[in-house]
Design a protein around this ligand. Sequence first.
Ligand code: UT7
Length: 340
Amino acid sequence: MIGSVPAGAPRVGITGIGAKAPDRIVTNHEIAERVETNDAWVIERTGIRERRVAAEGEALSDYAIPAAQVALEQAGVTAEEIDLIIVATLTPDMVFPCTAALVGNALGAKDAAAYDLSAGCTGFVYGIAQAYGMMASGLSRRSLVIGGDLLSKILNWDDRGTCVLFGDGVGAVVLDHVETGGFRGFELGADGGGGMDLFMPGGGSRQPATHESVDRGDHLIHMNGREVFKFATRILVSSAERTLAQCGVTIDDIDVYIPHQANMRIIEYAVQKLKIPEEKVVINVDRYGNTSGGSIPLALADAHAEGRLRDGALVLMTGMGTGLTWGSSIIEWNGTGVGR
Ligand code: UT7
């Protein structure tokens, strides 16, 4: 699906951003003590130098709640003023109840609608698109969208093809009606034909957890890295191009580009194909690895902290991930609220 915000439509923007990642840093050297890999290989093939890893016993909401609190504070609103909470994640605290309801309860977002959204690394872009739609239609007044994962909890730490890639982290944004700027458009899609290229086979209704399924590691991430790589390079470019065309802007109009932080080589390919200057690209994959649902909001929070999101800046974000799914959004940064 694709759409741009028509002239005269209600303007919705991001008015607060928060992020939270575990303190514990795990370097490539530390992983190399466990599996046959080395720092040079991981840096050359992925650009990743280190990632954050949550402690035993910690769950997604332990990071989502503080990230959301910062976002609310920046937006200058209380949790009670939020009527919609979406948590985009593959690693909720538990299968049910949804983590969004747990977060809403902890924040004091009384009676807010709350649900989790499963679109992998694209989840945050799906989440802001849904929240935008509900706000533009008048159904929601103000929403909180959280994207994040603790993928360390479902990683096979003996599989060098995946354990070097992923990390933990969460980002949160408040969406509110704004007078200037705001979202310009979205493009979202999925191709279930590639679903088995990145999946967790166990724990669902197809293969409920059993002793045998756990022994096989069915509750862990399985990935066909080469296929996902091919998909990622193709879709980051095509989704961005479709979204730019739909919104009536060119790549030269974009001030800040936030691609999914999966692999430096994938980002470099997209940057080269899209012909966007490197100084406009936000990169933190070297420090966080791929945090899935947290990837884009963490990068957005970094860009904000670095003062790169000036008033009127056009920001392009593109995510891709399990499903296989993808999604892009263009937002004109309005600055009101953020950092107040
Ligand atoms: O949000 C989306 C999430 N997923 C992704 O973004 C994954 C996308 N895919 C990738 O990033 C890359 O495919 C990888 C980084 C996973 C792998 O890089 P590659 O350049 O595609 O390597 P490859 O799979 O073609 O493997 C090349 C060699 C293999 O050895 P042989 O068969 O040639 O002897 C692998 O076994 O590299 C080996 N290898 C490693 N060697 C050292 C794979 N992982 C590692 C490792 N350390 N960690």
